[in-house]
Structure formats: C-alpha cells, structure tokens
Design a protein around this ligand. Structure first.
Ligand code: ZN
Length: 272
C-alpha cells in the first residue's frame, strides 16, 4: 500500500496515527473547552468523562480485536484485485480520494438519518444522545452495537467503491476530528461559525441536533460536510442556542445514563 507520494503506508502505522490524532484532538479540544467554555456544565464534567471515556475505551478494544483485521483485509483485497467503482474510472488519484471521502460522508449522513427514523436503530443511537451535556467526550460515546453495524456497512462500501487504506484513513481522521470539534462545548466566534456552516459542521449546528426537542434533534445529521443537510432539506438553523437543553427527554437524570445503564439501554423500553 502506498500513499499518493509513494511513502509506504502500513495498517499498523495508520492505526497508531489515527489513535494519536484522536487522543491529541481530544486533549486539544478539552483544553479549549476549559479555557473558553460555551456554557457551564449542568452535571459534573469529571463524572461524565469517566463514563464517556470508559465507554469509548471499551468500544475501541472490542472493535480492534474483532474487526481491525477484517477491515484492513478488505481494503488490501480490493486494492490488490482492483475491485470497486473507483477502479473503473481513469481519473487522477487525488480526485478518487475526494470522491471516496464525499461518498463515505454521504452514506454516513443517510445512516445517521436512519438511526433517528428507525425505532430499532434509535434504540442504540439514543445512547449517544442521552448525554446530558455535550462536549468533546460525547463525540465517541456510542453503543458498541451501533458501531459494530456501521463497521460491517463500511466494509461493504469499501468493497463497492474500491477504497484503499489511505482513503479510509483520511475519511476516518476527518470524521473523528470533525466530530470532536462540533461536539465540543466551545465558544467559537460567530464570524468563524458562519463560514464553517457553509461547508462543514460547527458546534452551534450540532448543538441543535443534540436538543431534547425532537423536531430539532431530527435534523442537522451531517458529520464532515454540511451540504447533505442543505440538499435534502434536513437543516435547522436559527434556534436560540442559549435555550437548547441537551439530551433525551426521557432521561433527565445522570443516574439514568451512567456507563452500566448505557450498555443495556438498547434493550430497555423504547423512548423517543
Ligand atoms: Zn444523532
């Protein structure tokens, strides 16, 4: 496997790079949140972080053990055998990279929308939304079931389009850092946010998505690019940011959304 510049890229190098990027960005946004917070937490940040980072660490260990080899094997296989739509087109490599990232982000948009619209998927996705405050630790707080299904879908997509290791690495890195940024409880100058709204997802846009108001929650699904929401009419703007209450209405207390509760939440009674 080679990068566009011809440097050898191995699966393990990229795994370490991605992990380093994730931890580095987590600490970077945490430092910013503590320096210029958007607002005061309504529950202890330390308590939330223990649960959110605990869940993130547990998920990463299980996903790495179960899927890492299969995921790397899929990209290696499609690259070696030139399988996938991207191999059919005689276009520059950089354009294939752009198309692969845009396509994967579009499918993620659809997947996210389905997670809200389909009751079975919402059972899992509500774990992410049940966080009572939103900050950078919320970005990776998901139920293992949701992540496991999305890894299987991702392997199918890699096979379909013929994405190589670099494309998958770039997509996952952009996804991770973008999610960490727009979940962060960070006071971002409006001048910057206004420009960021045009093509990507700033914290104010995603804060609306984490509102307890269902109409607001069921919008702003974008992760890397914001234009899918604009194209398909799912973008909500103009909400008073200061009155947004974060969470799921059925779980207003912290004892309802601790780590143990989160693990069994998909299998408990349905809530909207
Ligand atoms: Zn969501």
């Amino acid at each position: 496997m080679f990068s566009p510049r011809g440097t050898p890229l191995t699966e393990s190098t990229l795994t370490y790079l991605r992990a380093g990027l994730g931890v580095g960005a987590l600490l970077f946004f945490l430092a910013l949140e503590l320096s210029v917070p958007y607002r005061k937490p309504t529950v202890s940040k330390t308590r939330r972080w223990v649960h959110n980072i605990g869940l993130t660490a547990f998920n990463n260990v299980v996903l790495t053990l179960v899927f890492a080899t299969a995921l790397a094997g899929t990209t290696a296989y499609v690259t070696k055998h030139q399988i996938g739509i991207l191999h059919l087109w005689a276009i520059p490599y950089w354009l294939k990279v752009v198309l692969a990232v845009a396509f994967l982000d579009f499918v993620l948009y659809v997947w996210h929308l389905l997670n809200h619209e389909m009751p079975l998927l919402w059972r899992f996705h509500r774990v992410h939304h049940a966080d009572l405050n939103m900050d950078v630790s919320t970005a990776t707080r998901f139920h293992l079931g949701e992540l496991a299904i999305s890894v299987v879908i991702k392997m199918g997509l890699i096979y379909l389009i013929g994405a190589d290791l670099f494309m998958v690495f770039l997509f996952e890195s952009l996804l991770l850092v973008s999610a960490q940024f727009h979940h962060s409880s960070l006071k971002v100058p409006w001048r910057f946010e206004r420009v960021w709204w045009l093509f990507s997802v700033p914290p104010s846009m995603h804060r609306i998505h984490h509102s307890v108001v269902i109409k607001e929650r069921d919008s702003n699904y974008g992760t890397i690019f914001s234009f899918w929401d604009r194209i398909f009419g799912t973008m909500t703007i103009g909400v008073d940011q200061d009155r947004i209450r974060i969470g799921v209405g059925a779980y207003p207390r912290f004892d309802q959304v601790g780590l143990g509760r989160l693990l069994i939440m998909p299998f408990t009674k349905p809530v909207r």
